[in-house]
Design a protein around this ligand. Structure first.
Ligand code: BJW
Ligand code: ZN
Length: 252
């Protein structure tokens, strides 16, 4: 493993443009459940279509609302950035042209100090009306309600500012992510199962355009097989080791 950490550090230092794509796994060590882990993942308790889709929201708005409010408290009030988030924020200062793209709806990258983060799937702390799409500021009382609040303008249901299955990703974010992937010399992929498109297509796009893929994940999967460097383990342990190695090389 040591030699692969060194190899990853060297690739990152030598790259002119580095892009990082993160998924739920980077926040797992902050106590936020991933989506597809069989023991603790959200999808082990619920059908994704039932919760993260228009159809699911219309069928049972209360269930979807309570699920998001529980996750809002878990990810914004109770969770802190872990050493993986902190190392990524430090990498931004060490490497040239570093772009961080996340599928996560928490704000832990920003809390760790990362800036200009591209959020492909939105943000769980923002809200808008599912009918007229106007923004909504959530009150404390609304957060603890069993049903979604009503829009002050049209009476429609308020929903979290996240991207559900079947919905378009925000155009500016996906275009920025696409450009960053195509320009990358190295793409660091951290804690994602690589199942959900279009985000899952970014590593292969970067590779087609010549990028070296470094994948960090405790589990082997399709992404680890296509990666030039696979670092098996939790990102909260591996990313700080890469950062240390970069600092050692730079100090020589
Ligand atoms: C660790 C760790 C540790 C654990 N350290 N790692 C092409 C082919 C097939 C289907 C499609 C396609 N293109 C589009 C689709 C349909 C669909 C899709 O992809 N479906 C697939 C399931 C097959 N995509 C969409 O619908 C997207 N929209 C779209 O494409 O629109 C196009 C359109 C065109 C025309 C009209 C209309 C639309 C939208 C996708 C939105 C995804 N939304 C969610 C919910 C967001 C809100 C919320 O948070 O509730 O986003 S789903 C969920 O999955 C969430 C995540 O961001 C996303 C990705 O999950 P992620 O991050 O990879 O998590 P996990 O749990 O899967 O993996 C965690 C990983 O961490 C694992 O590998 C662990 O091993 C690892 N790990 N501990 C490091 N300590
Ligand atoms: Zn409205």
């Amino acid at each position: 493993m040591d030699s692969r950490i060194k190899e990853a550090a060297l690739q990152l230092i030598e790259a002119s443009t580095v892009t990082c794509l993160t998924g739920a796994g980077v926040s797992a060590e902050s106590g936020i459940s991933t989506f597809r882990d069989p023991q603790s993942g959200y999808w082990s308790q619920f059908d994704p279509e039932q919760l993260a889709s228009q159809r699911g929201f219309k069928r049972d708005p209360g269930l979807v609302w309570r699920w998001y409010m529980e996750r809002l408290v878990g990810s914004t009030i109770n969770a802190q950035p872990n050493p993986g988030h902190i190392a990524l924020a430090q990498l931004q200062n060490r490497l040239s042209n570093f772009t961080l793209i996340t599928q996560n709806v928490d704000n832990l990258h920003e809390q760790a100090g990362s800036t200009n983060v591209i959020h492909l799937h939105g943000n769980i702390s923002t809200f808008f009306c599912n009918s007229c799409r106007r923004d909504h500021i959530l009150s404390d009382a609304e957060r603890t309600d069993d049903l979604p609040p009503s829009c002050h303008h049209c009476g429609g249901m308020i929903r979290p500012g996240v991207v559900w299955f079947g919905e378009q990703l925000p155009r500016a974010e996906i275009e920025a992510a696409w450009s960053a992937a195509q320009a990358s010399d190295v793409m660091l992929v951290v804690g994602t199962s690589g199942i959900v498109y279009p985000a899952a297509g970014l590593p292969s796009l970067a590779q087609e355009f010549g990028a070296v893929i470094i994948d960090i994940n405790p589990e082997r999967d399709a992404l680890s097989s296509m990666a030039e460097i696979f670092l098996q383990g939790p990102s909260g342990e591996i990313l700080p080791q890469i950062l240390d190695e970069i600092d050692k090389i730079n100090a020589k």
